[in-house]
Design a protein around this ligand. Structure first.
Ligand SMILES: Cc1cc2nc3c(=O)[nH]c(=O)nc-3n(C[C@H](O)[C@H](O)[C@H](O)COP(=O)(O)O)c2cc1C
Length: 219
């Protein structure tokens, strides 16, 4: 199976130090995926490679095949992935606006009928859990339903080195076990939905909106 790991860290300024704290969290998740889930393919999608547009224009607002090529390539990756890992900092108790902006580019039909895993972190003690609660609603609306377990990394700068290795290597098993609770749920749901999508095409049962989300309104 194929998983996309979205890194929602864009801040390139200090204070607060260190900037882009999310890089080390994502590296730790990628290391866990490579070590414990080597049978699956994992690809990093970094929001910093997709500078926000001055004016937001969703992918589906472009004429057919006229969206910027970088967005078209990402749309293909989202469409063909079996699940998503969303790594976000907490800014004022909400998810990364850069991550939301990038995910909002694409219609929910690309993400739908697949699972996602929520990973949050912060420099402080709550590990981004308030952002994580909001991410459940956001990701559910995108159609990539978040698994029940979540990963929160409080004080990420004290736990992880810049390359994602643990400052105390003796804690590695405990952290990977903790990550594994969420990642195992993700892998299980990804396998289940992958097999059932092969049998029944959900898009043939539930039509995507043609013009507007108003199409789902009550009569
Ligand atoms: C605008 C802003 C808002 C923040 N809000 C929160 C917050 O609500 N909760 C929290 O735990 N940390 C908050 N922080 C601290 C972040 O956890 C810390 O800066 C972290 O490094 C952000 O991740 P990043 O470096 O990958 O952007 C905030 C930081 C900034 C810059």
């Amino acid at each position: 199976m194929k998983f996309l790991v979205f890194l929602g860290s864009l801040r390139d300024s200090t204070p607060p130090r260190p900037a882009r704290l999310g890089v080390r969290v994502t590296e730790a998740i990628l290391e866990c995926m490579t070590t414990c889930y080597a049978q699956h393919e994992t690809e990093l999608i970094d929001v910093k490679d997709f500078p926000p547009d001055a004016i937001f224009k969703p992918h589906f607002a472009y004429p057919e095949n006229k969206a910027p090529s970088q967005l078209r390539a990402l749309a293909e990756k989202i469409k063909h992935a079996d699940g998503y890992i969303m790594v976000s900092p907490e800014y004022n108790h909400t998810m990364s606006p850069a991550l939301a902006n990038l995910l909002n580019h694409f219609g929910s039909s690309l993400y739908s009928y697949k699972p996602s895993a929520i990973v949050t972190y912060s420099a402080g003690q709550w590990g981004g859990m308030r952002a994580a609660v909001g991410m459940r609603t956001f990701l559910s609306e995108l159609g990539c339903l978040p698994v029940s377990a979540m990963i929160h990394v409080p004080r990420a700068q004290e736990t992880l080195n810049e390359d994602g290795s643990l400052k105390s290597e003796e804690n590695k098993d405990a952290w990977f076990n903790y990550f594994g609770r969420t990642l195992n749920q993700l892998a299980w749901w990804a396998q289940a939905t992958n097999e059932y999508r092969e049998k029944v095409d959900p898009h043939s049962l539930i039509k995507s909106f043609k013009n507007s989300p108003l199409e789902r309104n009550a009569p």
